[in-house]
Ligand binder design. Structure first.
Ligand code: 5GP
Length: 122
C-alpha cells in the first residue's frame, strides 16, 4: 500500500500559493511550473496542477483539461529553455515503485544534455 498521506497538502501547494517563495516559470488558473530544487540535469523543471491530485492513480476525467495544459506548458518551457530541438524527457512518477516522493502529481521536464537510456538498472 502506498504511503501517499491520504491526499494531504504537500510543500507544492505552499509553492503554488507562494507561501514558500519560489521563482515561478509559469502560472495560470490550472498549472504552475518552477525549477526542481535538486536538478538532475542542467534543465529540470516541475510542472504541477494547481489542484491537489496525489498520484496519477487519482486523476479523474474532469482533470483532462489540466493534464493537457501540463503538456502544452511543458512544450513551451522546453522551447524557452532552448532544449526543444535537441530533446528532453517528461517523467511522472507514481507511488512507491515509481519513486514518487511528493504526493502532489508533477511532470518533470528534464533536458539540456544527453539523458541516456530511459531506466537506470539498480
Ligand atoms: P518525485 O520523486 O516525487 O517524482 O519528485 C519530487 C521532486 O520534487 C524531486 O525532484 C525534488 O527535488 C523536488 N522537490 C522537493 N521539494 C521541493 C521544493 O521544496 N522545491 C522545489 N523546487 N522542488 C522540490
Amino acid at each position: 500500500m502506498a504511503d501517499n498521506n491520504a491526499g494531504e497538502e504537500t510543500i507544492f501547494s505552499k509553492i503554488i500559493r507562494q507561501e514558500i517563495p519560489t521563482p515561478l516559470l509559469f502560472q495560470d488558473d490550472l498549472v504552475t511550473a518552477f525549477r526542481d530544487i535538486t536538478p538532475q540535469a542542467s534543465s529540470h523543471i516541475l510542472i504541477i496542477p494547481n489542484k491537489l491530485i496525489p498520484t496519477v492513480n487519482d486523476i479523474k476525467q474532469e482533470d483532462e483539461l489540466t493534464m493537457g495544459r501540463m503538456f502544452t506548458v511543458a512544450k513551451q518551457l522546453a522551447q524557452a529553455e532552448g532544449i526543444a530541438e535537441d530533446g528532453y524527457r517528461l517523467i511522472m512518477n507514481c507511488n512507491q515503485h515509481g519513486g514518487q516522493e511528493v504526493y502532489h502529481i508533477h511532470m518533470h521536464l528534464v533536458g539540456g544534455q544527453p539523458l541516456g537510456r530511459m531506466l537506470n538498472p539498480k
